[in-house]
Design a binder for this molecule. Structure first.
Ligand SMILES: CCCCCCC/C=C/C(=O)SCCNC(=O)CCNC(=O)[C@H](O)C(C)(C)COP(=O)(O)OP(=O)(O)OC[C@H]1O[C@@H](n2cnc3c(N)ncnc32)[C@H](O)[C@@H]1OP(=O)(O)O
Ligand SMILES: NC(=O)C1=CN([C@@H]2O[C@H](COP(=O)(O)OP(=O)(O)OC[C@H]3O[C@@H](n4cnc5c(N)ncnc54)[C@H](OP(=O)(O)O)[C@@H]3O)[C@@H](O)[C@H]2O)C=CC1
Length: 292
């Protein structure tokens, strides 16, 4: 891949960092970024062959890595996996709790089993990984954990199961940050909007396909994020550059959560922001015609 990072060369030298979901998409990109900066990356995911393919890429670029195939929803599997990593590598410096996903579906069509599968993937699994990494390494040595959220504030039609799990993960992030701070553990999160990734490509869902052109129009930066734009924020939160940041999350959404309802984007982009305010917003705010 020949990954070129903007972070200082070697800034993760000597660090062991676990990336869950490291076999594809954002996790793969994060693994490249970290390995190019000197970290030993431990790739975690369910499908060993995906992890092996990424491990081969990292090594081809001169990176150091190992891999562990496990379903993060399997408590005993997670305990044993973290145990093996600690036995082989010693300390764990960082955990990227990136593994996750869902099947797009209206709430009314989601079965209990389906809901639970998604919550287990996006919330319980991340909890199990964080708890084991804390208990088996970070409680003694400190470290940095970055959890994956999504820009689900205000609800996310078709993604209600994972949205609920992500909001739970936000609270878990903040609670772990407070409880584990005394051990020198920082816990933060990233919350991407829609990202052009292999994961997103895998959706055959019509709703998602229709949504993408619409999203491009509605996002102030007028496009979706790249995988590297998410991994950059993850690496920042893992690194010492963010050493006084904990219990925090970074939205990576191109400005999508900014106020584009009162200040419609089309108007704002077509004119200077102040003129946009008068033309577009004043009528609704003041209850009368806007003044040019
Ligand atoms: C403005 C908003 C901004 C936010 C944007 C957010 C956009 C997010 C994009 C992405 O996340 S892209 C990344 C996508 N990657 C993935 O989603 C891949 C991972 N996904 C999965 O592995 C699955 O979806 C899973 C459900 C999380 C895990 O599946 P698992 O392996 O547990 O599935 P099963 O054991 O096969 O099924 C369990 C249970 O779940 C239901 N179910 C699973 N898949 C579907 C489906 N496609 N449709 C309907 N229901 C499904 C189902 O009830 C299964 O039960 P049974 O069928 O066995 O009774
Ligand atoms: N792409 C987007 O628009 C957005 C993505 N996100 C989130 O970012 C993360 C990465 O997404 P992205 O790279 O796009 O998607 P991918 O589908 O490429 O990545 C998801 C990864 O998670 C792993 N995974 C899923 N379930 C489990 C499990 N139970 N145990 C272990 N590993 C698991 C998968 O590996 P395997 O198949 O080997 O199990 C896969 O490598 C996900 O949590 C996603 O929901 C958030 C917001 C937006």
């Amino acid at each position: 891949m020949g990954y070129r990072s903007v972070f200082a060369p070697g800034c993760f030298k000597g660090q062991n960092i676990i990336v869950t979901g490291g076999g594809s998409g954002i996790g793969r990109c994060t693994a490249h970024e970290l390995a190019s900066l000197g970290a030993h990356v431990v790739l975690v995911g369910r499908k060993r062959e995906k992890l092996e393919a990424v491990a081969a890429e990292l090594r081809e670029d001169g990176g150091e890595c190992s891999l562990e195939a496990v379903d993060i929803r399997d408590e005993e599997g997670v305990k044993a996996t973290v145990g093996r990593i600690v036995a082989a590598r010693g300390r764990i410096h960082g955990l990227v709790n990136n593994a996750g996903g869902q099947f797009p579906s209206p709430l009314a069509d989601i079965s209990k089993k389906g809901f639970e599968a998604v919550v287990a993937t996006n919330l319980t699994g991340g909890f199990l990984m964080a708890r084991e990494v804390y208990l088996q390494s970070m409680r003694e040595h400190g470290g940095s954990i970055v959890n994956m959220l999504a820009d689900a504030w205000g609800g996310m039609p078709g993604m209600g199961h994972s949205g609920a799990a992500r909001m739970g993960m936000l609270n878990l992030t903040q609670t772990a940050a407070v409880e584990w701070a005394v051990s020198g553990v920082r816990v933060n999160a990233v919350a991407p909007g829609w990202v052009i990734s292999s994961g997103l490509d895998s959706y055959e869902d019509e709703m998602v396909k229709a949504l993408i052109p619409m999203l491009k129009k509605e996002v102030p930066l007028q496009r979706l994020a790249t995988e590297a734009e998410v991994s950059g924020a993850i690496v920042f939160l893992l690194s010492d550059v963010s050493s006084f940041i904990t219990g925090e999350f970074i939205k990576i959404d191109g400005g999508a959560s900014c106020n584009t309802k009162i200040f419609p984007l089309e108007e704002t982009h077509a004119s200077k922001p102040f003129q946009g305010f008068h033309r577009a917003a004043a009528p609704r705010i003041l209850g009368g015609p806007g003044k040019e």
